[in-house]
Design a binder for this molecule. Structure first.
Ligand code: PMP
Length: 456
């Protein structure tokens, strides 16, 4: 089929995630056709370096035969098995055991979902059930962070705090509350790490006090806020917040949908801080995007309360595709790749990425460079001293994405003028250097944009 008829069919029938319906009708789709390693090819034959690993997920890169084979073999043998009625299949059982083995502390119990949003939803259901089981059902208030992202389901979107996810959707619910992000570059208390940590801890305490400590169930945070613009907390921030939760009798959920599986270096970003949350949510890198799969890792002390409280009663939470055998087989194949050198390569490539981006700090438009490992962003401003964001008239998310695409690079162009990077962990040093070079071109072209000039 010709690409242009695909474009027309797409315009007429396919609703794209996170899109403007009318904008999409005007702009149309760019059709991606194939990929290998970190390089994508579109339907017009353009080759693009994928600086964003699909959507922060294709950590292993494209075209791994071992993953393809694992999926094909599982499809031939047993393409589907329900987990209901105490039935099961080998891949999900093995993958759960591998994850329990590798996750920090007593996060020994695994509940599989299809992706990150339903993993987040599942934590909310389990936490409510946990509090019901321990006789504290009034603990039903949930706190998350400004600039946080926790999915697109109704519950997850309510925990999310990004423009566009609330208005018109009837969320957040009145039991979902927010406190400020650490957002180091723009923190009102300045950039001193200790001051930021103290301010966040104080705000969490104040929010719990306001709601009533006996009513607060859980606090959610990403170890690095991804969709909010790759916001990296100061070292020790997550540890301090987790300790505060423990002290206040609140569960701490680390949403590692982006950060797990080597994005920041280790398998779980929580390892960077040496903490053991009560729950970790994962997805994306779990299968490297080759098949949909997410999971909740649940601490043993939570599991035991739920198990004791429920006794023989069924816990009514289940998806048709929980622990899908094909996705789980893919997960096992991907886990092997992490251990056979992918994590190590990601660490090396991450150092090169951060060094390369730091080298762009001198560019007149670059106000901030931040990141850890293979998860990074630069934030563009029109005035470095005042940290003035690019005005909306510059259409940062559209124009920067388009410029990068023309330069042969996929990046995440955020609405505030930040550019996000999350390349596959398999990238070579040369590919990282090439990404940096292409980014410099994007910055130069952005500097030539008359709307940007006018704002400077
Ligand atoms: N949590 C976080 C931290 C995420 O980044 C995302 C997706 N970007 C989600 C949850 C939702 O995951 P999914 O899109 O797989 O539902």
């Amino acid at each position: 089929m010709l690409a242009n008829s695909l474009v027309e069919l797409d315009r007429q029938h396919l609703i794209h995630p996170l899109s403007s319906f009318r904008g999409h009708e005007r702009g149309g789709v760019r059709v991606l056709r194939s990929a290998k390693g970190a390089t994508l090819t579109d339907s017009e034959g353009h080759r693009l370096l994928d600086g964003f690993a699909g959507l922060w997920c294709v950590n292993a890169g494209y075209g791994h035969e071992s993953i393809v084979e694992a999926a094909a073999e599982q499809m031939r043998r047993l393409p589907y098995a329900t987990g209901y009625f105490d039935l099961g299949a080998e891949p999900a059982i093995r993958l759960a055991a591998e994850l329990a083995e590798r996750s920090p502390g007593d996060l020994d119990h695994v509940y599989f979902t299809l992706g990150g949003s339903d993993a987040v939803d599942s934590t909310v259901r389990f936490i409510r059930y946990y509090n019901h089981a321990r006789g504290t059902p009034e603990k039903d208030q949930f706190i998350s962070l400004a600039q946080g992202f926790h999915g697109s389901s109704t519950v997850g979107a309510g925990l999310t705090a990004l423009p566009g996810f609330h208005a018109g959707f009837g969320v957040p619910f009145d039991w979902q509350h927010k406190i400020s992000s650490h957002y180091v570059y723009r923190n009102p208390v300045g950039q001193d790490p200790e001051a930021i940590i103290a301010a966040s801890v104080a705000e969490l305490r104040a929010k719990v006090e306001e709601l009533g400590p006996e009513r607060v169930a859980a606090f959610y945070a990403e170890p690095i806020q991804g969709s909010g613009g790759v916001l990296v907390p100061p070292p020790g921030w997550t540890k301090a917040m987790a300790a505060t939760c423990r002290e206040l009798g609140i569960l701490f959920v680390a949403d590692e949908v982006i950060t797990a599986f080597g994005r920041t270096g280790p398998l779980f970003a929580c390892e960077d801080e040496g903490i053991v949350p009560d729950f970790i949510t994962i997805a994306k890198g779990l299968t490297s995007g080759y098949a949909p799969l997410g999971a909740v890792l649940m601490a043993d002390h939570v599991y035991q309360v739920i198990a004791d409280g429920a006794g023989e009663a069924l816990i009514g939470h289940g998806y048709t595709y929980s622990g899908h055998p094909v996705s789980a087989a893919v997960g096992l194949a991907v886990l092997k790749l992490y251990e056979d050198g992918l994590l190590d390569n990601g660490r090396r490539a991450g150092e090169r990425l951060m060094a390369g981006l730091t080298g762009l700090a001198e560019h007149p438009l670059v106000g901030d460079v931040r990141g850890r490992g293979m998860l990074a962003a630069i934030e563009l401003v029109t005035d470095k001293a005042r940290k003035t964001p690019l005005p909306a008239a510059c259409e940062p998310s559209k124009r920067i994405f388009d410029r990068a695409y023309r330069a042969g690079l996929i990046v995440r162009a955020f609405g505030n003028g930040a550019i996000g990077f999350a390349p596959p962990l398999c990238c070579t040093g040369e590919e990282i250097d090439e990404m940096i070079g292409r980014t410099r071109r994007v910055l130069d072209e952005t500097l030539d944009d008359p709307d940007v000039r006018a704002a400077m």
